[in-house]
Structures are given as C-alpha cells and as structure tokens.
Design a protein around this ligand. Structure first.
Ligand SMILES: [Ca+2]
Ligand SMILES: [Ca+2]
Ligand SMILES: [Ca+2]
Ligand SMILES: [Ca+2]
Length: 167
C-alpha cells in the first residue's frame, strides 16, 4: 500500500518540488499508522509494543496459536518494566507467557529463542520453577511475586505481544 501511495505521490508531485512529494508521503505514512493503531482494539500500548490479554482460558499451545492468529506471539519479558507492566495486566489472575522448557527439562526458552535469551532475564516466584510431577514446562505470569512453571495443558488466560505498525 505504501509503495502505491508513494508512486501516486511521485506522479502527482513530479511537476512540483521533491520536497512537496516527500511531505505528502510523510503525511500519508503518519495517517496509515494512526488508522492501523486505531484498528488495534483490545490491545494496550506500552513502550512501542502492543499487548493483548485474553478473556478466555486455554492451554499454553492454544494460547500461543491465538496470538499467532492475531499477528503476534506470547509475550517475551525483556525488562523489569515489561515485567511490571504485564503483572498489572494480569491483576489477581494469571496468564501464560512465551517461556517454556518443553524441549529440554530445565532449559528455559523464549518463543523467539535464541534472540531474547541473550538477556537472560528471569523473574521466578520464590521456590519456582519446581516442575511438579515432572510435568510443568510452561510459564505463567502470576502476580507481583513473579513467574510459575505450570502444566502446559492447564487452561489459563494468556498475553500476546507484537510490535506497533511502522511505515
Ligand atoms: Ca517483550
Ligand atoms: Ca518436562
Ligand atoms: Ca519443566
Ligand atoms: Ca511450578
């Protein structure tokens, strides 16, 4: 769409100055971003990212699939600020985040591994992860006290994260 808008703008302004054309493209760009942001109903904006918390409860994989369907993935916690923000989203409930040790027990991986893991950020609740019954491989954001590993088949709410639209 941007390419066609740019093309149109260039034709339109070919007889005037390049400056006018660039101004027009910039204006269209801002307009497109605003329209796109307006369309993101149910999403929360925080530090250049968009976040969604589900109303339903699903397994970790089903929650992840729902995020994928929304052009996102389960949230990846990259900073203390993001941790605190998602804790607020969860409130008194709990919600799946994009961390799992399904592949290898005890080796926690974010859904975009290896990129985010270079930060090594962890925010476990006290005495977690405890892998109860050797069956807790998915992580939920609980409350101020931090993360808990839980059975991936448990049905919880989930949090999706995606980047904001840009030009
Ligand atoms: Ca993140
Ligand atoms: Ca396991
Ligand atoms: Ca585990
Ligand atoms: Ca646990």
């Amino acid at each position: 769409l941007l390419v066609s808008v740019s093309g149109f703008a260039l034709v339109l302004f070919s007889k005037t100055s390049l400056f006018s054309a660039l101004t027009f493209i910039g204006f269209c760009c801002v307009l497109l971003v605003l329209i796109n942001l307006y369309g993101q109903q149910g999403w929360f904006y925080f530090r250049s990212k968009l976040y969604y918390i589900s109303l339903e409860m699903k397994t970790w994989s089903e929650g992840r699939q729902d995020c994928n369907n929304r052009g996102a993935d389960l949230v990846i916690i990259n900073s203390r600020e993001e941790q605190e923000f998602t804790v607020k989203m969860v409130g008194n409930s709990k919600a799946w985040i994009g961390l799992t040790d399904t592949e290898k027990e005890g080796e926690w991986k974010w859904v975009d591994e290896p990129d985010s893991d270079s930060l090594g950020f962890r925010y476990w609740k006290e005495n977690e992860p405890n892998d109860i019954d050797n069956n807790e491989d998915c992580v939920e954001q609980t409350n101020k006290k931090g993360w808990n590993d839980n059975a991936c088949s448990e049905k919880q709410m989930w949090i999706c994260e995606k980047t904001t639209p840009t030009c």
